[in-house]
Design a protein around this ligand. Structure first.
Ligand code: FAD
Ligand code: FMN
Length: 781
């Protein structure tokens, strides 16, 4: 087969040598525009796992790379005069030049033709090639020429970075954060050979502009960075090796994803993208080279799987390339998603974390930035450091831990808000049960909420409870519009207080445009209008929730006054019933949410238009509740922080919403999302709403509750430890298991937890079984 690799970076060179090694009959040429041994960049890092993979495919190069590697385990943070270090992270670093030299030499030894100082204009320059590898990097000319087929999706990110080197040596992967008069800069630093370290400096665009770095030449930029990181550099210089354009100046990272990875050109040659030409991964997780090398391995593997002679191969190329794309596109997307979280963390850390978090917590947040490294995973890496952090966190939460005693995991630290101290960070999320009769809760609710109060969660939130008959979602929804309803609730609250150490709260709300619908298990199901017995609906605007659904009436000022009074009366009854916590439901497209979202609020009066207007009446309701609800009991607000629809409420808007409720006296924002429009396109995944809780907590400076796909103690620990939220609401897992918290405690081996006295005989057995299961799985603790 005649193969031409356009671009002699890691992808092109490694593929060339692997294919030549697979069968020396292949005629392989690598065309590179630079001179040999002339490249941009400093060191690259990859993981031990990549090395193992390479060893299986070409032991010779793997051995040489291994010899040249610098291996280190530690990550060090430098922030606000502090240095914090944790171990067990397992990186290897190598100079990019060294890596390329090894690959070039191996290519030559195997008989690959290397053609330097030659610019390939197009894949059409090589009409007799069977296979053309477009390994021409992030700005791939080949990809651009056939963009209609390859469908590249290129996103340019807002931060600026400069890729430098220094002779100062570091024995850990070092992250240094420095504040200038205009904002925060960070350096990502790692040693990659005996004499040199990579030193990447990064900052947000506005900080970069404020310093005039857009007008600075490379020498001036370097001088600026040397001043900024002078403490760290201790007199060493920063260097640029950027004779080549890339790395010569401040860059923006570009995330590349392609819809199609290969094609057959007009000469009948197959052309396939590889490495940065087809996907990029941000340096925050340092895996671009790894991806390039693994692309090369996978394509070689696919050819090898044919098990045929060179002569037969050309006929099979199309099928091989299709399999290559199918395999690699999934894997690279997974990595790109993780890289995306890590990249975003570095983009916002100046605004969100550097000033807000203490260095200990900042370190935890940074280590878990990709959301792929969990709490227990950190324990596997460096148990000593994690235990130290758990102790630090527990002390901050007021837990006295005897020295030598096991630290209390973040999930099980207490939390105080107003006059209420919760025993841990787990909340049973409010979940409608549709089982009230005329709004009156009964034995079902006593058993349901009672069981969950015994199950270990610190706070059990009763479902959305309605402020009038027309405020109900369904005929089965509970209410607080009558004294009889208040009395029925009081029975449950008293039972919980008498029989458990859980607190109990209630969420009050008004269904607005989403009212008058079936209970989920009846007739056409949830959200569908009742077949008969409907009641009139209210909303911000006369717009049905579902197309063709029941039309609500746009509220008048008189309606607002009346409904506000209903909320106040419900809050007074909730206080009289003895609830410890009150939550105002402003989420999920219900009445108050219908005012806040621009998708549902089309008003042109003082209650519509800009966010400030749309919030006016919800804030009025909130202020009335604050006045009516006892001052020493917590009052929270549940919001939808993202409508997941273009033109809808965004997470940035949600920060403003939170600020407004904070100013009105809210103690905490319970951060949910969506359900405002049937057109929503949420991105589900574990803890998928937690980034919104994190953002609100840091930017609006108010306590938050995270909710949504939080289903393991590991999730709760990571969220609380990183300061992404103060509490975690857990919904569906509590439907399946009322004692979810007790079970999770047993699973992570946390035994000093109180069980209800009547149930305590079950504790030892659950813990023993959990320990055995963990042992068998070879898992945590
Ligand atoms: C600041 C920064 C830090 C990074 N850190 C890391 C890290 O720590 N670890 C890691 O794994 N990755 C890192 N990367 C990414 C890494 O450099 C790339 O992902 C990797 O080099 C991709 O390899 P490649 O072969 O696909 O492309 P490249 O390495 O870009 O190689 C493409 C080659 O094609 C040549 N070329 C382009 N067009 C033509 C043409 N028309 N004709 C002839 N030749 C052409 C170029 O000269 C170049 O040599 C980092 C990147 C940046 C920007
Ligand atoms: C059956 C059911 C009923 C729900 N009812 C309410 C409710 O009354 N009020 C509310 O704010 N959210 C309600 N939710 C949303 C949950 O409180 C929670 O936010 C959601 O289920 C995501 O959390 P999870 O992934 O832990 O289940 C309900 C969810 C379910 C599954």
């Amino acid at each position: 087969m005649k193969i031409v690799c356009i671009g002699g970076g890691p992808a092109g060179l490694y593929f060339a040598l692997l294919m030549k090694q697979l069968d020396p009959h292949h005629d392989i040429t690598v065309v590179e525009r630079n001179r040999p041994y002339d490249t941009f960049g400093w060191g690259v890092v990859f993981s031990d796992a990549t090395m193992d993979h390479m060893r299986r495919w070409d032991a010779v190069t793997a051995e040489q790379i291994q010899q040249a590697f610098n291996h280190w385990d530690d990550i060090e943070l430098r922030l606000k005069g502090r240095r914090i270090r944790s171990g067990g992270h397992g990186f290897v670093g190598i100079g990019r030049k060294k890596l390329l030299n090894i690959l070039q030499a191996r290519c030559e030894a195997l008989g690959v033709a290397l053609v330097f100082e030659t610019e390939a204009e197009s894949d059409l320059d090589y009409p007799d090639a069977d296979l053309i590898i477009a390994s021409d990097g992030i700005n791939s000319r080949i990809r651009s020429r056939c963009a209609e087929t390859f469908r590249p999706d290129i996103v340019t990110r807002p931060n600026r970075y400069l890729w430098l080197g220094t002779k100062r040596l570091y024995d850990a992967f070092t992250f240094d954060f420095q504040r200038s008069e205009h904002g925060w800069f960070q350096a990502h630093i790692y040693k990659f050979d005996a004499t040199t370290s990579t030193f990447i400096v990064e900052c947000p665009e506005h900080v970069w502009l404020a310093h005039g770095l857009d007008r600075a030449d490379p020498a001036e930029s370097i001088a600026f960075c040397e001043r900024l990181f002078a403490d760290n550099l201790q007199g060493e210089r920063l260097m640029s090796n950027a004779r080549h354009l890339r790395g010569s100046a401040w860059l923006n990272f570009q995330r590349v994803v392609c819809g199609q990875w290969w094609l057959k050109n007009t000469h009948g040659s197959h052309v396939v993208l590889m490495g940065d030409a087809v996907h990029t991964a941000h340096f925050a997780i340092g895996s671009g080279t790894k991806l390039a090398l693994e692309d090369a391995i996978e394509l070689t593997r696919q050819f090898k799987a044919l098990g045929q002679t060179v002569v037969d191969m050309p006929a099979q190329i199309g099928a091989v390339l299709a399999r290559y794309q199918a395999e690699r596109s999934v894997e690279t997307l997974r990595l790109q998603n993780a890289a995306w979280n890590a990249m975003e963390w570095f983009e916002v850390c100046g605004a969100r974390y550097c000033d807000q978090l203490e260095p200990e917590q900042f370190m935890y947040s940074m280590l878990t930035r990709s959301q792929r490294i969990s709490h227990e995973n950190l324990r596997l890496r460096d148990a000593g450091w994690l235990e130290g952090y758990e102790r630090w966190f527990a002390r901050r939460a007021g837990v006295v831990v005897a020295s030598g005693g096991h630290p209390v995991p973040p999930m099980f630290t207490p939390y105080t808000v107003k006059g209420l101290t919760l025993k841990n960070r787990v909340v049973v999320s409010p979940m409608a049960q549709y089982s009230a009769v005329d709004g009156v809760v009964g034995d079902y609710h006593l058993v349901h909420l009672g069981a969950r109060a015994l199950g270990g969660a610190a706070l059990v939130m009763a479902e959305m409870t309605c402020v009038s008959p027309e405020a109900r979602i369904t005929p089965g929804c509970p209410g607080l519009w009558s004294d009889a309803q208040g009395e029925a609730w009081r029975r449950i609250v008293q039972w919980v207080h008498a029989n458990s150490d859980a607190a109990i709260g209630v969420q009050i709300g008004h269904a607005g445009p989403k009212g008058s619908t079936n209970v989920p298990w009846q007739d056409a199901g949830a959200d569908q209008p009742l077949p008969e017995g409907n009641w009139p609906l209210l909303a911000a605007s006369a717009q049905p929730y579902l197309p063709g659904g029941q039309l609500p009436r746009a509220m008048t000022r008189a309606d607002m006054d009346r409904v506000t009074q209903g909320f106040v009366a419900a809050a007074v009854r909730a206080a009289e019933a003895g609830f410890d916590w009150l939550e105002l439901h402003c989420a999920h497209g219900y009445l108050l949410s219908s005012f806040i979202s621009p998708l549902t609020n089309r008003r042109d009066d003082a209650y519509g238009g800009p966010l400030e207007n749309r919030l006016r009446w919800p804030l009025e309701v909130f202020a009335a509740l604050r006045a009516a609800w006892p001052a020493d009991r917590p009052l929270s607000v549940r919001i939808s922080a993202h409508d997941w629809v273009d033109g809808g409420l965004t997470p940035a808007d949600a920060v403003e919403v939170a600020r407004a409720f904070k100013a009105a006296g809210a103690d905490l924002i319970d951060v949910s999302s969506g359900q405002v429009s049937p057109d929503q396109r949420p991105t589900y995944g574990r803890m998928y709403q937690t980034p919104f809780a994190d953002r609100i907590r840091q930017e609006a400076g108010i306590a938050t509750m995270a909710v949504g796909a939080i289903s393991e103690a590991d999730h709760v620990n990571a969220i609380i430890a990183a300061g992404r939220a103060d509490l975690c609401a857990v919904g569906r897992p509590h439907l399946a298991n009322p004692a979810w918290t007790l079970a999770e405690a047993a699973r992570i081996g946390f035994t000093p937890i109180n069980w209800p006295k009547q149930l305590v005989s079950g504790k030892g057995q659950m813990e023993a079984l959990a320990q055995r299961a963990a042992h068998q799985a070879g898992g945590v603790k």
